[in-house]
Write a protein that binds this ligand. Structure first.
Ligand code: TXA
Ligand code: MG
Length: 320
């Protein structure tokens, strides 16, 4: 069922059901974050391993206080600066948050999405909403309602808010005192945080030791066809190839089907159109192999290449 009946969607959340909804990043698969039985349905429908914790979506700063314990002044300033927006902050959780949401971790990831439909759903439901991306575990992230229905046809309800604007998942940071660790790169970069709060946070560059974020899974966000990252200029591609480029000036390659995520190499456009391009190639019966141009791993390019490398992981050469 796809509709824009907000009161129906909110009722489903209140009654312990699942609603897929748009955010500015990707579509989420939502349940009442305070109801462990409802949250369990998310893991079942997504076929998601129970060790992978969920992000809790809120619509008011009061909820930040309610769901966390001992939030410092800097965290509140950080949240107020970037929220609503694509930044998830991992903080010590309060007793209100069921263990299933955090996969037993003592911390919870929280964000306030910058999307009117998402915010209205949270407000109308009257509870914070736990939501991972609304895809099957490991598959491409959904950036439209039809992507959600392709992978999760049995979801109770899909709120259709059109295509998402940012197109890749939120940046995830964990904060302990003044130490900030980037767990997943996203639209908001380390430089954005440093510029907004000069000298406030010390960035811990070491990789977390245990698996605390999907950012550490090597394979993720994958299409159901082989995906290769282009690495040799002018190479001719096999027949039945789909090619994803990021600028119309790149004409070193030809292929049966070409999709440009941007005409000009604009990274914001590339991010916004990346998953939609991969979905289109996945759905096209004439495309057997997908090739994608890499981007420079700087600023937003870091988050884009993080997704591309994980999507292509099984098909590229690795040293580790
Ligand atoms: O943009 C987004 O973040 C989207 C939209 C729907 O909000 N959500 C999303 O959720 O990408 P998901 O579940 O696909 O990725 C969230 C990741 C999890 O895989 C998890 O590892 C990490 O956030 N995470 C959640 N809580 C955490 C915690 N307490 N500590 C470390 N990582 C956490
Ligand atoms: Mg996901």
């Amino acid at each position: 069922m796809t509709n824009n009946n907000m009161s129906k969607a909110a009722q489903i959340i209140r009654e312990g059901g699942l609603v897929a909804f748009p955010t500015e990043t990707v579509y989420g698969l939502g349940a009442n974050a305070l109801d462990p039985y409802a949250v369990a349905k998310i893991f079942a429908l997504k076929e998601r391993p129970s060790f992978d914790p969920l992000i809790v979506h809120i619509a008011s700063f009061d909820d930040l206080e309610q769901l966390t314990s001992g939030t410092g002044e800097n965290v509140v300033r950080l949240a107020k600066h970037f929220w609503p927006g694509p930044l998830t902050i991992v903080l010590p959780k309060s007793d209100k948050v069921p263990d299933i949401v955090t996969s037993g971790l003592p911390t919870v990831g929280i964000r306030m999405p910058d999307n009117p439909t998402a915010l209205e759903l949270i407000r109308s439901s009257g509870c914070p909403i736990a939501a991972p991306s609304a895809n099957k575990f490991g598959q491409l992230s959904p950036v439209s309602a039809s992507h959600v229905k392709k992978q999760l046809p049995n979801v109770d309800y899909v709120l259709d808010g059109g295509a998402t604007s940012v197109g890749i998942e939120s940046t995830i940071v964990s904060i302990e005192g003044d130490t900030c660790q980037l767990l997943r790169p996203g639209f908001i970069t380390q430089e954005d945080i440093e510029q907004a709060f000069p000298g406030t946070f010390v960035f811990n560059q070491s990789k977390p030791e245990k698996l605390v974020s999907p950012g550490l899974l090597k394979s993720h966000y994958s299409p159901k066809k082989p995906l290769y990252i282009l690495n040799e200029a002018g190479k001719s591609l096999p027949e039945a190839s789909g090619l994803i480029l990021h600028s119309a000036t790149n004409n070193a390659y030809t292929a049966g089907k070409v999709i440009y995520t941007s005409q000009t190499g604009n990274m914001v456009e590339v991010a916004a159109n990346l998953f939609a391009a991969l979905h289109t190639m996945e759905e096209d019966a004439h495309v057997k192999n997908i090739f994608i141009e890499p981007v420079v791993e700087k600023g937003l390019g870091m988050a884009i290449m993080d997704r591309v490398k994980k999507a292509a992981y099984q098909y590229n050469n690795h040293t580790n």
